[in-house]
Design a binder for this molecule. Sequence first.
Ligand SMILES: C[S@@+](CC[C@H](N)C(=O)[O-])C[C@H]1O[C@@H](n2cnc3c(N)ncnc32)[C@H](O)[C@@H]1O
Length: 346
Amino acid sequence: MNDTHAATISLIERQFLQLVPASRFQFALPSSATSAEIKYDAVCDLEVQQEVYSRVLEPAEGRGIAPAYIVAIVKAMVAVIENAGEEVDGDVFMLMINLLRHPTPPVPPPGPVTYKFLDTSITITETRNLISGYGTTGFRTWEASLALGEYIISQHLLPSTSPDRALDLSSKRVLELGAGTGFASILCAKLGSRLAVATDGFEEVVLRMRGILESNQVEELVETRVYKWGNSSGIETGSVLEKESREEEYVYNEPVDLILGADITFDAEGCNLLVSSFDQLERQNPSVQILISATIRNEETIAAFETYLAEKNFAFTVIPANPHPKWFFYDAVPEIRIYSLYRATK
Ligand SMILES: C[S@@+](CC[C@H](N)C(=O)[O-])C[C@H]1O[C@@H](n2cnc3c(N)ncnc32)[C@H](O)[C@@H]1O
């Protein structure tokens, strides 16, 4: 098996574990596309098909991945191979036939989604086909988190002497706002931050997040707090969770070095409150770095965010989300921007 074969198997495996929909699933490396066509030689190779079968497809149901998802991907893979006029591996074909024999529910139940990066991974039980809205919080990781994660990893991989290095996680105290599943905090913990504090405004989301931290074995590295944006008493709100840990030392009373947020700029009122949180936290540590990954669903809302920032004297640079992510899979539409914020008067 050559390098292209191995990289193609890895591409298929990583997309599959992230439950990338069949409509967006890639069966060939981006480098194998010419302007006229995509070359599917690697996935058509029988040894590659067998490896995809034994490593990815066959164990999937046992790992809790919904049969409806498995069959959608197997069908798409078979179609690609048949369209190329090549032979489909017998095991892959039989898997498709067997899955098609059993009716599958149209809406897959929540299942494990695995994000593989470097030599580690994060697994979260998610309902992937949610649309953004009330009552859906904490049940899936949104694209803006993946784009932010991609940026954090790319920075982590730069040599410390690189002029492009703008972020160093080592010995950083990270605070995540509107963390949902806690994806960004877990990622930072896995990359060596000193401590991450993952906060969300809703207690049920925070309680669920605790389970996610435990199943990813980072509960010692990531703390959880209920925190509603703009709360003037800081991160210590009067929730049950907060009272539970009242006797403990309040580590987050120490200023944080890095504030992260993903997909938290979705309404103007929330943006206003968020900016007042930045204002308070920046006063505790004027050298704090603030990175907010925003999905641009509505230009007016993001314009309101920028106006609130200006009112509190925050300037920003925009880091475009990587359109060719290496580790995670997300759509380029709607646009995702990472805002790097700093106090303008500095
Ligand atoms: C679209 S989700 C993004 C979750 C996560 N950051 C991600 O990218 O997957 C927005 C998150 O903000 C939280 N949230 C909404 N309003 C909030 C508020 N006023 N204060 C704190 N958190 C809030 C929600 O509970 C939810 O987890």
